[in-house]
Design a protein around this ligand. Structure first.
Ligand code: GLC
Ligand code: CA
Length: 568
């Protein structure tokens, strides 16, 4: 009997064996080091998550996505992986992982693991071997090593910049102590890019996919899926030439960039799909690919990863017209490709949406997810945020998102209405984007602060010790315990929405219903399930029907501004 069949038998839940379980799943992202700490060392861990499976079950999600839990020095929050087939000893063991996998499946919840194929960490045994081996050796061929320019080779092979700031090349010292070659790192220095032209790398990742699939992992979230394959034929293009290739389509790479979104990357995913299909039900995947919308379908194709994140709503203003255009376009794209849509407002890389929607710019418009610097977002200074307005809008937007056809990706803490923590002292910051861009970026720590479970206690119930990132006092009032069973709380709003979503979910169809008010979006799903969002500030009339749930109390049966209601 295969592992998957064994696991499926653990639960009566038919969704566990349904090959299409992912199409409209509500997926809850856990950032393991900040979810729950079982042993009081201040760092969230696997056993902490296992202990909270009843919470996850009561929330009503279909799947959990775990951000990296692998051994790591945390140069990039775990996205610097030392060993792809192990659990960080600070987070637990493979046996702990097996218990978590069993507990989730028994609760009818699927398990998605984050996989980070573009780069390893500099502590990975491969990289250590590469440093110890000579130029031109097989060990160096697993990464991207080049000689430097100039008579002494002390100029980097190109003027490329890392996504986290600073140069994308780092010089090594050769085993004999002389200044040596340079290696490429699109992200932090501690994240050397792997060479995907090397068959050994490809085979090893196939092994990793099977390793976790055999341990009950139902799907994979693929980190920077659009960067793996590279064209590094000499001479390397200069940064300004790259900018040209990068702006092919509305500022996105058009396939000619040496490392972003090259067509050959899909050869990798065709092989991955063959591995996924060895399992019953097939393992699933979702690509993190910041590519032009017109090129997203390649990642989401059923012969490839099957699904790709659409970050369009995450980057949009809280605006009816923008939302409608994005929803329509992405839904149509999904229909055309056979994938299902993916909707996201928050994750471990961006400012929490309850805060984004409470920020104002000089022109009075609320700020969307992006500030023109790509996906590396600035922190939100607490004093510039209208937290109450942000939360109202976040609740409205989330209820709308949960009414859409396709998968809803939720980030830990949004069900509590958490705001971004804007005022983390510099000395406590961890994100490399902060260290590499001092004074410009505060980095992403503000959305990674450990969750508050109780109003009191050393780390608000996160654990017995001091949390690895400082939690603000106001976390107390937003703790799970404070909201549990409290009518109207954000936690209960999410629970009820997720429960209704399961009950009402039909085919992946959506129909827009006319509304004279341009600030109102009214949609209908099969079976008569309707969602109405008022993006404006004045109350509006609701259409006829039974109100099932609303993100804010109705006012004399009117839907207030910045609110969503579901009807039937
Ligand atoms: C992805 C991750 C981000 C990480 C980067 C490098 O974008 O979401 O957290 O820093 O890849 O691995
Ligand atoms: Ca711990």
């Amino acid at each position: 009997m295969s592992t998957s069949a064994t696991l499926a038998n653990l639960s009566d839940d038919p969704r566990l064996s349904d090959p299409n379980w992912w199409r409209q799943a509500a997926v809850y992202q856990i950032y393991p080091r900040s979810f729950a700490d079982s042993n009081g060392d201040g760092l969230g861990d696997i056993n902490g998550i296992t202990a909270r499976v009843p919470y996850l079950k009561s929330l009503g999600i279909d799947a959990v996505w775990l951000s990296p839990f692998y051994p790591s020095a945390l140069a990039d929050g775990g996205y610097d992986v030392d060993d792809y087939r192990d659990v960080d000893p600070k987070l637990g063991t493979l046996d702990d992982f097996a218990r978590l996998s069993t507990a989730l499946h028994q609760a009818g919840i699927k398990l998605i693991a984050d996989i980070v194929p573009n780069h390893s960490s500099n502590r990975h045994v491969w990289f250590q071997e590469a440093l110890a081996a000579p130029r031109g050796s097989a060990a160096r061929e697993r990464y991207i090593f080049r000689d430097g320019l100039g008579p002494n080779g002390d100029t980097p092979p190109s003027d490329w910049e890392s996504v986290f700031g600073g140069p994308a090349w780092e010089r090594i010292t050769e085993p004999d102590g002389t200044p040596g070659q340079w290696y490429m790192h699109i992200f932090a220095t501690e994240q050397p890019d792997l060479n995907w032209a090397n068959r050994e790398i490809r085979d090893d990742f196939l092994k990793t996919l099977r390793f976790w699939s055999d341990r009950g992992v139902d799907g994979f979230r693929v980190d920077v899926a659009h960067a793996l394959t590279k064209d590094l034929s000499e001479p390397l293009k200069s940064s300004s030439e790259l900018t040209a290739a990068n702006t092919g389509t509305d500022g996105f790479p058009d396939g000619t960039h040496p490392f972003w979104d090259r067509d050959e990357v899909h050869e990798v995913y065709t092989e991955w799909r063959e591995v996924f299909n060895e399992y019953t039900p097939p393992r699933t995947a979702v690509a993190e690919a910041w590519v032009h919308a017109s090129r997203r379908a390649r990642y989401a194709s059923p012969e490839g990863l099957g699904q790709a994140f659409n970050f369009d709503l995450l980057q949009a203003h809280f605006n009816a017209g923008e939302f409608r255009e994005i929803i329509t376009r992405n839904h149509e794209e999904a229909l055309a490709t056979g994938a299902s849509s993916t909707w996201v407002f928050s994750n471990h890389d961006v400012v929490r949406h309850a805060t984004r929607y409470g920020l104002s710019t000089a022109d009075g418009k609320d700020v969307g997810g992006q500030d023109g610097k790509g996906w590396l977002l600035r922190g939100a200074p607490a004093n510039e945020v209208d937290a109450a307005l942000g939360l109202q809008r976040a609740r409205a937007a989330s209820l709308l998102l949960l009414a859409l056809p396709g998968s809803a990706y939720l980030y830990q803490g949004e069900e509590l209405g958490l705001q971004e923590v804007g005022d983390i002292p510099d000395a406590d910051r961890q994100d490399p984007t902060f260290f590499r861009n001092k004074g410009v970026e505060v980095g992403r720590d503000g959305c990674r602060v450990p969750l508050p479970w109780t109003a009191e206690g050393p780390s608000f119930g996160f654990g017995e010790g001091t949390a690895h990132l400082p939690q603000p006092e106001w976390f107390s009032g937003l703790a799970v315990k404070q909201q549990d069973g409290v009518a109207g709380s954000t936690l209960e709003l999410y629970r009820e929405a997720l429960r209704l979503r399961r009950e009402l979910q039909g085919a992946e169809e959506i129909e827009w219903l006319a509304n004279a008010n341009p600030d109102v979006l009214h949609l209908r799903r099969p079976g008569g399930w309707q969602s109405v969002t008022n993006f404006g500030s004045d109350p509006v009339e609701l259409p006829a029907g039974e109100v099932l749930l609303s993100s804010a109390p109705l006012q004399d049966s009117l839907l207030p501004g910045n609110a969503t209601a579901w009807l039937r």
